[in-house]
Design a protein around this ligand. Structure first.
Ligand SMILES: CCCCCC/C=C\CCCCCCCCCC(=O)SCCNC(=O)CCNC(=O)[C@H](O)C(C)(C)COP(=O)(O)OP(=O)(O)OC[C@H]1O[C@@H](n2cnc3c(N)ncnc32)[C@H](O)[C@@H]1OP(=O)(O)O
Ligand SMILES: CCCCCCCC/C=C\CCCCCCCC(=O)OC[C@@H](O)COP(=O)(O)O
Length: 287
């Protein structure tokens, strides 16, 4: 087939998809999410050879390459980030970064602010997403088995040692799963055990609620603005395992308050309770 016909075909297909997306929000939602996944695959196809050629294999230095590619994704979805407090990342040495986790779209927000020498903790299933899993592996993502507490704790304890030895920051989503309810899930304690074991500060990062532009329940996915705030580091020097619960609670409350301020919503009662308990922010692919 001649290239001219191919171009015409692609243009007609795009127009058709655009019209379909405009006519049906559900179709628009699926198409936009599909486009996001395709961008991740295409970005990975670009990033894998770049990481191998420039850095030779699995290293946190690859995160810079990944970050620069992913930072372009937001333009395809009309997403804007307003970032405050980047200076709070400028701590000497390693740290644990904790943030709220609403959707697979968080990866864009993550890359928008990701400091140098920082790797994320992710569920091991992500490793099996083909080329996307490969790029995560090359970027140094630490994979944990959520089905086995013992194994997850062992990996985290090992991380406590290596992050100090290698001067690496570790980004953990303490809710432990995606949550787009417009509130926080209770925090799991792994990140805080890790910070105290390694005696490194915790840097909380908060993203405003996505619910005004992204909601899988109502098939909403439009353009939108996300406010991000990096809060001052919380020191853990001298804390022991007895202080894990207090540290977890302190981070949870500070971050939750900030979340409501950033989202322009009044803070509900302190008791946890999502306003839409059955909103699930996943895609079937990423269970
Ligand atoms: C170029 C284009 C590229 C495109 C593609 C992109 C590519 C790359 C970009 C990279 C981006 C990667 C982004 C990855 C994001 C991934 C996000 C996720 O996958 S979130 C899910 C995984 N993460 C987590 O689960 C972290 C949070 N969870 C925890 O911290 C948990 O505590 C745990 C996993 C460590 C254990 O969980 P669980 O089995 O449920 O057990 P718990 O009830 O939480 O704990 C049981 C008791 O154990 C105590 N505990 C926990 N940790 C420790 C520890 N390290 N040491 C000692 N004790 C520990 C805990 O306190 C509990 O005891 P209790 O007495 O009840 O307090
Ligand atoms: C050979 C298999 C081929 C499969 C191809 C899959 C292609 C996937 C393409 C794009 C995926 C985009 C990945 C973006 C990374 C986002 C990471 C993420 O946010 O994971 C969710 C995880 O935090 C929590 O999971 P749950 O909410 O507990 O569930």
């Amino acid at each position: 087939m001649e290239p001219g016909w191919l171009l015409w075909g692609a243009a007609v297909l795009l127009l058709l998809l655009h019209v379909l997306a405009e006519l049906s929000p559900a179709v628009g939602f699926v198409l936009r999410l599909g486009w996001y996944c395709l961008l991740c695959v295409l970005g990975s196809l670009l990033a894998v050879p770049a990481c191998l050629l420039l850095n030779g294999g699995r290293t946190v230095r690859n995160m810079r390459i990944i970050k620069n590619i992913v930072k372009a994704f937001k333009y395809f979805f009309g997403l804007k980030f307003e970032v405050k407090g980047l200076e709070n990342f400028e701590v000497e040495g390693p740290a644990i970064v904790v943030s709220n986790h609403q959707s697979i779209l968080d990866m864009m927000g993550l890359m928008e602010v990701l400091p140098d020498n920082c790797v994320q903790v992710g569920k091991k299933e992500l490793l099996y997403t083909g080329i996307v899993g490969l790029i995560m592996y090359l970027g140094g993502v630490i994979f944990i088995n959520r089905k086995s507490t013992t194994s997850a704790k062992m990996v985290m304890s090992e991380v406590a040692k290596t992050m100090v030895a290698e001067n690496v920051k570790v980004w953990v989503y303490p809710e432990g799963t995606r949550n787009c309810t417009g509130d926080f899930l209770p925090f799991k304690k792994g990140a805080f055990h890790l910070a105290i074991q390694a005696q490194v500060p915790v840097i909380p990062v908060v993203y405003s609620s996505f619910t005004s532009f992204y909601n899988p329940k109502t098939k909403l996915f439009t353009s939108g603005k996300i406010k991000v705030e990096i809060l001052p580091p919380i020191e853990t020097k001298g804390l022991t395992s007895d202080d894990v619960s207090d540290l977890t609670d302190r981070c949870y409350h500070t971050m939750r308050e900030t979340f409501f301020v950033l989202s322009g919503r009044p803070s509900p009662s302190e008791q946890w309770g999502p306003d839409q308990p059955d909103v699930w922010c996943g895609t079937a692919l990423l269970v």
